[in-house]
Design a protein around this ligand. Structure first.
Ligand SMILES: Cc1cc2nc3c(=O)[nH]c(=O)nc-3n(C[C@H](O)[C@H](O)[C@H](O)COP(=O)(O)OP(=O)(O)OC[C@H]3O[C@@H](n4cnc5c(N)ncnc54)[C@H](O)[C@@H]3O)c2cc1C
Length: 389
């Protein structure tokens, strides 16, 4: 066993840290007053995030997870995880826009399943940071049980015709294209009866956006006789469910790394506060009631770190990632949320203010315990691996 981070990845992290300081911090300063007021998704913040994305595309960080054949770096899952962790640990709200994963708006390897002409049309602008996408699987009647989706796609001459409704779709209202999962064979469903399609914006309606506990940007999408040419199938007809699960599974190390970096940021802030703030004539850090929860948090962060890096290592070796990907999703999202909650407590009233360093992270981490498989669904996967279900 060798737990050392490869030298080239350490150099990459250094270069990413310089990029964040040079390019992202000044843009963050421009939107700092809005962030301090607890405002999210304002036009200025969206433009600043788009500018980060474009700059990160020029440097290569944003598309590093994509293969070299389409202009990415083919960066290892471990390399991607380290960048995602560092973006979150930086505490810069805009840093998340500098790396593709785990954001479903970023170019997805799923699109490698398109014919070459369509890759040029749809993937190339995503790789340049000029456009964004969304991943549309969940429906009002089918979330955890994704195989129960009702959206259908029917072949009609040289086209497919889609009918149905998706909801909770991240970036749904702004995406330039959607990867949409629809039933093409109701008898077979998850076993060869669901297909993925690329559907350009304008071909579907976005009746409403949905307000949510954190600052996520989610929307409903409606397909009402939506027609796409036959070649807009992503990969092969009938392979959509396998593709969707594979895509989500491949992203678990990135979600874990995001939780890890966010927990590290929260702990960094709480430690600094505990050392500088005094009560009863002593620094907060002198009270075990404050220092012990932070010590526990440090122990849990190290557990998160090695579970996450180990999963990325497994993915890079092409090894089986089940149930480890579920263990990472379950453990990291849950621990990061508990750590953020403890760290917020150390800040007292200041922790509850929108301008405080933890509040928005806590709300965001709460969301991660539900999305991309609720914690209970991952427990089910782990239980199955134990032969219990
Ligand atoms: C902010 C946000 C962003 C999202 N982004 C996207 C996106 O970009 N694309 C997309 O397709 N979807 C997206 N989703 C959807 C998300 O993945 C689903 O909300 C999630 O999978 C849960 O589905 P559900 O909400 O329908 O809950 P349900 O399936 O109704 O489940 C409700 C609860 O029941 C419990 N439960 C369910 N099944 C079991 C079981 N077998 N055993 C034990 N307990 C169980 C769990 O506690 C679960 O939380 C997003 C959701 C949110 C809130």
């Amino acid at each position: 066993m060798d737990f050392a981070i490869p030298e080239e990845l350490t150099a990459l992290r250094d270069s990413f840290a310089r990029f964040l300081e040079r390019e992202v911090r000044p843009l963050e300063a421009g939107v700092a007053p809005e962030l301090a007021r607890g405002e999210a998704g304002t036009p200025a913040q969206r433009e600043a995030a788009a500018e980060v994305r474009r700059r990160a595309c020029r440097e290569g960080f944003y598309t590093a997870h994509m293969p070299e054949s389409v202009g990415g770096w083919g960066l290892s899952a471990l390399g991607v995880a380290l960048l995602v962790e560092d973006a979150a640990r930086s505490g810069l709200t805009l840093a998340g826009a500098a790396v593709g994963p785990p954001n479903p708006a970023a170019p997805s390897p799923l699109l490698l399943g398109l014919p070459p002409a369509l890759r040029d049309r749809y993937l190339a602008p995503l790789m340049a940071g000029a456009t964004t996408m969304c991943f549309a699987l969940t429906e009002p009647e089918a979330g955890s049980d994704a195989a129960a989706i009702r959206t259908t796609a029917r072949r009609d001459g040289d086209s497919w015709v889609l009918d149905g409704r998706k909801h909770y779709i991240t970036n749904g209202a702004r995406a330039d294209l959607a990867v949409v999962f629809a039933v093409t064979d109701p008898e077979r469903r998850a076993r060869g009866g669901i297909t993925a399609f690329v559907v350009p914006r304008g071909a579907y309606a976005v009746p409403r956006t949905q307000a949510v506990i954190d600052d996520s940007d989610i929307a409903e999408l409606v397909f009402d006789g939506t027609r796409v040419p036959a070649d807009h199938v992503v990969g092969e007809v009938g392979q959509g469910f396998r593709q969707a699960m594979g895509f989500l599974d491949a992203g678990r190390a990135a979600i874990g790394a995001h939780c890890l970096g966010t927990a590290e940021w929260c702990l960094d802030q709480a430690v600094a506060h505990a050392r500088s703030r005094t009560a009863f004539g002593r620094p907060l850090a002198a009270f075990q009631g404050v220092s012990f929860p932070l010590a526990e948090s440090k122990a849990e962060i190290e557990a998160m770190r090695w579970l996450t890096y180990h999963l990325a290592w497994q993915v890079d070796r092409g090894g089986p990632a089940t149930p480890d990907s579920s263990i990472v999703k379950l453990f990291d999202t849950d621990r990061a949320y508990q750590i953020a909650d403890r760290c917020l407590q150390v800040f007292g009233g200041q922790g509850l203010l929108a301008e405080g360093p933890i509040e928005a992270r806590l709300r965001h981490l709460r969301v991660l315990r539900v999305v991309e498989g609720a914690s209970e669904v991952h427990k089910l996967v782990i239980a199955r691996a134990l032969g219990l279900a």
